[in-house]
Design a protein around this ligand. Structure first.
Ligand code: CTP
Length: 423
């Protein structure tokens, strides 16, 4: 008997042929694959070849009486550890984002209580269409994980851009990573099971004009590692991320944003939460009036003058909420000098329960802190300052999440009224 089982929903697209190799690779790894094909998918690959490779019958119809008697769409969507949609077409994504269920593939997605991984593949213009982007954001917010699409040549002659199905090894890696994660939701286990944690990560980009922006060197590595550690501890995690190049941790609900204002809005939407961890390097200022056209050198004899206005302070706003404040609010303090002193000041001024202060000058930390792999932090709380040794960002994340679990564990026993501030 095969240990793990996935349901693979194949959408209609030229990339569907890659699923044959995918099925083979998964089965080599002992992963059982039960396949649902949309009508369009069957135009590209035959159910017969899919069935031969998966060694299972292939499911195609919502109203197949035999199927409904043997294994209906509800059971199909539940008897697996993971649902993979590949290629995830714009149509399948749109249906799932809107909760439609007029064919077997969409009905399985709607009926599922399992993790869902989508590997989009479509024409680059379809991918960039605001409707598709809106749907992807919605699904991400609903907890769906995305892998790709990759950038490259398209099947259509002369077309290139972002829209290719990721290569099979990358898809296999994403599937294995999701399968290795602890179960989330109703069946979750771990010290943070049943807890909702909101994490902000990465930089923000504040537009100057359509092609230029103000940003900083934050890579998102620390924030993403914290989100991954919280997922591993069984929490339901919402990761609100500025533009980064690090992969989204599997199992976290990702809300991608660009600006500080969008980040604050996303955090508000993500609440209520038990814990808020504000790791993002939010730009302190934005351009008062970004230009809707690219600013040209010739437009202005003089150098352009950028008028800056202050961005909302997300950490402070949430830490000072009268209602709906997370039980534990944790901020970061990125400093290049007097780390503990400035960190302690932020602990007071922002109203955070804990501040994780780090020296981003990078002095003495191999590889530097901003963009690097390692970090040295001081945990500042009502109990005082703890200086942790230099560790990898992953280790800092694990240690911080262990402390969060400890804190919430103690809280459970001496439960205080909701909205009260932590020590
Ligand atoms: N932060 C935030 N919103 C902002 C600025 C900062 O949520 N507009 C949060 C960061 O996510 C971090 C903490 O506040 O958790 C401290 O960020 P940091 O950049 O160190 O401090 P600033 O408040 O920006 O102060 P300064 O740049 O003067 O050091």
């Amino acid at each position: 008997m095969e240990a793990k089982r996935i349901v693979l929903i194949m959408g209609g697209g030229i990339a569907a042929y890659k699923c044959l190799d995918l099925i083979r690779r998964l089965r080599e790894r002992g992963i059982g694959v039960r396949v649902v094909m949309t009508r369009a998918a069957q135009e590209f690959v035959t159910p017969l070849s899919v069935s031969a490779l998966s060694n299972e019958r292939v499911f195609t119809d919502l109203f197949d009486l035999d199927d409904e008697r043997e294994i209906g769409h509800i059971r199909l969507s539940r008897q697996c550890e993971l649902i993979v949609v590949a290629p995830a077409t714009a149509d399948l994504i749109a249906k799932a984002a809107n909760g439609l269920a007029n064919d077997l593939a969409s009905a399985v997605l709607l009926a599922s209580d399992k993790r869902i991984l989508m590997a989009p593949a479509m024409n680059p213009r379809m991918w960039l269409n605001p409707a598709t982007q809106r749907n992807v954001r919605q699904l991400s917010a609903d907890g769906v994980t995305f892998v790709g699409p990759a950038i490259g040549e398209m099947a259509e002659a002369g077309e290139a851009g972002q829209g290719r199905l990721v290569e099979v090894p990358d898809l296999v890696a994403a599937i294995e990573e999701l399968l290795s994660r602890p179960v989330v939701g109703a069946d979750a286990a771990g010290p943070l099971a049943g807890r909702h944690i909101v994490v902000t990560s990465g930089p923000t980009h504040e537009p100057i004009d359509p092609v230029r922006y103000i940003a900083n060197r934050s890579s998102g590595k620390q924030g993403h590692a914290i989100a991954a550690a919280a997922v591993a501890a069984g929490a339901q995690v919402t990761l609100i991320s500025g533009p980064v190049n690090v992969p989204a941790p599997a199992g976290a609900t990702v809300m991608p944003v660009e600006t500080a204002e969008q980040m604050l809005k996303a955090v508000r939407e993500a609440l209520p939460a038990d814990v808020g961890i504000f790791c993002a390097a939010v730009a302190d200022w934005r351009v008062a009036q970004p230009s809707s056209e690219k600013i040209k050198k010739s437009d202005d004899v003089q150098r352009p003058r950028l008028e800056l206005v202050e961005n909302p302070d997300i950490l402070k706003t949430i830490a000072q909420l009268d209602t709906g404040r997370p039980e534990l609010v944790i901020g970061f303090a990125a400093e290049t000098e007097s780390v503990v002193a400035y960190g302690s000041k932020k602990h007071q001024s922002k109203g955070a329960d804990w501040i994780v202060a780090n020296d981003v000058s990078g002095e003495g930390v191999s590889g530097g802190v901003m963009g690097g792999e390692r970090n040295r932090v001081h945990l500042i709380s009502g109990d005082g300052v703890e200086s942790w040794p230099e560790m990898s960002k992953r280790e800092v994340a694990d240690a911080l999440i262990a402390r969060v679990a400890e804190f919430l564990g103690e809280r459970k026993i001496t439960k205080q009224p909701k909205g009260g501030k932590a020590k």
